[in-house]
Structures are given as structure tokens and as C-alpha cells.
Write a protein that binds this ligand. Structure first.
Ligand code: ADP
Ligand code: MG
Length: 373
């Protein structure tokens, strides 16, 4: 993959695909972390050329028409504020000026999702150089994240994109000193991730709703906990690798709405109780020396403080360990921003879906397209 810094882009006209897909309510940006993460590449380019057009999607609008609820206008204003310049919000590739601009939501364009050849030609022919920096969208084969890279005369990965790949690759390299931690609600959505991580990590610590299914597969009584019975046999096979660490103690309650939780051994879960969180002190004290920790998926129903113990214990451990920590996933990022105050993680991915796809060992279309350039 060629990195942007390898090319002299002075005076060149640049199309930059970033991921500025942030939550917006009534025109107000609720979380601007992704915008901040995109800034270094924007600034890097602006130091060399101001013929830059910023391209992103926002939400899931109906393709082929403008919808002001999905307009990039609030993002344009955020960027204007940070960069201290005015930035025209343009609606067509025929309008790209020889100065800084931002394109309206690329998902308003017909053919973006299906990687339509006409649209990819229009995008790629509008620029001298195409830069892909939207790692969070790297798993989609759309026009602006795949086709335009293929068709452009020159295409490079941006600073954020390269950093994401580098961090993930380092953590994924087989290492007997790597620990993976996988939580979240369902085994089915994480099965590929767990399988791939088992081939690379010495141990995989399992928590969250996923642990319930594994506990049941191991013969434990899990009461009325969230479980996926169709995943029991595959879970048993994964347990047979002897690399999966299951919690020994859990927090149970009548329901997620309960006012109190009880700490019990996994051998003592009553039939009418749900496992909603885990206790990690035993597992943490037996981790030992490791070089890398890869984490995806909250270890309990952390959105409710009462069931956030395991997730908070893990975050505290990760803040203190000397191992390199790489974390990612939609809810995981949210949990980190909620409970971590130290900013000590080696790398927190900006991506949810693309991060999981990469952890599963799948090839990402944008990465493959950039490798062909
Ligand atoms: P990510 O987006 O980080 O990949 P997931 O989407 O897989 O994570 O899962 C996150 C969700 O899992 C959280 O909303 C959390 O409430 C839920 N969860 C965690 N533990 C449990 C549990 N024991 N029972 C039910 N849901 C759980
Ligand atoms: Mg999620």
C-alpha cells in the first residue's frame, strides 16, 4: 500500500475520502472523535496543496436524492471552525473548485453503494490523486471506497488509514504473548473473530453475552441469561482448544432493569437469574506477561452502571499494563470513552465493522484496492 507521504502532491488536485460519519441530532454533532481523527490527513494535504475536496458519507440516506437530515452542513461548519477557513459545500463533481471544498454526502449519489462504474469514473476523473483515509468504511466495496481507488491514476492511503492497518497488523502477528479479549452480545456476530484470534493469540478471554453461550456449552447452568443455543456445538469445539478463558464469577439479576445485582460463582446461577456482567479479578491476576492485548466487545451490559464492573475492571487493567493495547468496535469505543480517563491505550480504532472484518482475517476491499496501486 502506498502512503500519501511517498508522493509529491504539491499543486495537485486531491480527492480525499474520509469517514466523517458522526452522530448528529437537530443539526448538532454529538461526538466529534471521528472528525478529529480525520484532521491530521486534511492538514497534511493542505500544507502541500489547497486543491482539496473532502468526501464522506453520513448515515444511511435514500440513494439518488438530497435529504437535508443527512447533509454534511454541520460537519462543514465544524471543519470551518477548526481550520479557520470557509469551505464551500458542493453538490456535484462538476463543481469541484481549485481550492478547498467539501462534497455533499456521497450516499446522495446514485450508484455509490453498488460501485457503479459511471460514478467511479466521475469521481476518479475529477482528481489528480485520490486519497483513501476512511478506514471505518474500508470493508465496503462502494464507488468512493473501492471503485474510485481502482480507477484513479494515483491512489494512496492517508495517515489514519495507514496507522489503523499498522496497529492491527502488529497485534495480529502470531505471538505467544498476545491476549485477546472478546465480549459483546452474541457469539454469532463474533464467531469469525474468535476463530481467527484463537489461531493467533495464546489465550482468548471471553465475556459479555458471548460468555453465557460458552458457559452453557461447558455444562454450566446459566438461568435465563441471553444465550444462542444454535452456537452451542461450535462453542464446544472452540473450548476444546483449551485457549478460551471463561469467567469464574458473574453478576446476576432478575433482569437488566433490576436495582441490585448478586455476585455468584458460575456454578451457582439460579434458574430465574440472568448473567449480565462478570467479575474479572481472578482472571486479571492470572494473565502474566504479555506483549499485546486486542480487545473487542464490552464484558457486560455496561450501558447500565450496575452491570459495568467487568468492562471497567478490564479498562483499568489495560490502562496499567505495559503491553500494547489495541481496541475497537462500536460499543467498545463508547465504553472506553465512558470509563477511560487516562488515554493510555496504544491504539483505539475509529472503526466498528471494518475493525471486526479485519480481526476476522477477511480482506478489506479498500485495502486490496490500495495494494493494487
Ligand atoms: P461492539 O460494538 O463493541 O463490537 P457488540 O455490538 O458485540 O460490541 O456488543 C455490545 C453489547 O453487548 C452491549 O450493548 C452490551 O449491553 C451487550 N452485552 C454485554 N454483555 C451482555 C450480557 N451478559 N447480556 C446481554 N447483553 C450483553
Ligand atoms: Mg456493536
Amino acid at each position: 500500500m502506498k502512503h500519501l507521504a511517498e508522493e509529491n502532491i504539491a499543486e495537485k488536485k486531491i480527492g480525499l475520502r474520509v469517514d466523517l460519519n458522526v452522530p448528529i441530532k437537530n443539526g448538532e454533532i454529538l461526538n466529534d472523535e471521528r472528525l478529529s481523527a480525520a484532521l491530521p490527513t486534511i492538514q497534511f494535504i493542505l500544507e502541500r496543496t489547497n486543491k482539496l475536496c473532502i468526501i464522506s458519507h453520513l448515515g444511511r440516506p435514500e440513494e439518488g436524492k438530497f435529504d437535508k437530515n443527512y447533509s454534511l452542513d454541520p460537519i462543514k461548519k465544524w471543519l470551518e471552525d477548526k481550520l479557520e477557513v470557509s469551505i464551500p459545500l458542493i453538490k456535484n463533481f462538476t463543481e469541484v473548485p481549485d481550492s478547498l471544498s467539501i462534497m455533499e454526502n456521497i450516499r446522495f449519489f446514485k450508484g455509490e453503494k453498488s460501485n457503479d462504474q459511471e460514478l467511479t469514473s466521475i469521481i476518479s476523473e475529477s482528481f489528480d490523486v485520490y486519497v483513501m483515509d476512511a478506514f471505518a468504511t474500508a470493508h465496503r466495496s462502494s464507488s468512493s471506497t473501492y471503485g474510485a481507488i481502482i480507477k484513479s491514476k494515483k491512489a494512496f492511503s492517508g495517515l489514519l488509514f495507514s496507522k489503523e492497518i499498522k496497529s492491527l497488523d502488529a497485534a495480529l502477528v502470531s505471538s505467544k504473548n498476545a491476549l485477546s479479549v472478546v465480549g459483546g452480545s452474541k457469539v454469532s456476530t463474533k464467531l469469525k473473530v474468535i476463530q481467527n484470534l484463537l489461531t493467533r493469540s495464546s489465550k482468548v478471554l471471553v465475556g459479555g453475552g458471548i460468555a453465557n453461550t460458552f458457559l452453557k456449552a461447558a455444562g454450566k447452568n446459566i438461568g435465563s441469561s441471553l444465550v444462542e443455543d444454535d452456537m452451542l456445538s461450535v462453542s464446544q469445539k472452540l473450548l476444546a482448544t483449551n485457549k478460551i478463558i471463561l469467567p469464574t464469577h458473574v453478576y446476576v439479576a432478575d433482569s437488566p432493569e433490576a436495582n441490585s445485582a448478586q455476585l455468584v460463582s458460575v456454578d451457582n446461577v439460579a434458574a430465574d437469574k440472568m448473567i449480565l456482567d462478570i467479575e474479572l479479578s481472578n482472571e486479571i491476576s492470572s494473565i502474566g506477561n504479555i506483549d499485546y492485548v486486542l480487545w473487542n466487545g464490552p464484558l457486560g451490559v455496561f450501558e447500565i452502571d450496575l452491570f459495568s464492573n467487568g468492562t471497567q475492571q478490564l479498562i483499568s487493567y489495560l490502562e496499567e499494563t505495559s503491553a500494547k493495547v489495541i481496541a475497537g468496535g462500536g460499543e467498545t469505543i463508547f465504553a472506553i470513552s465512558k470509563f477511560s480517563h487516562k488515554n493510555k491505550f496504544h491504539y483505539v480504532s475509529t472503526a466498528g465493522g471494518a475493525f471486526l472484518e479485519y480481526l476476522s482475517g477477511h480482506k478489506l476491499p479498500s485495502v486490496e484496492a490500495l495494494r493494487l496501486k
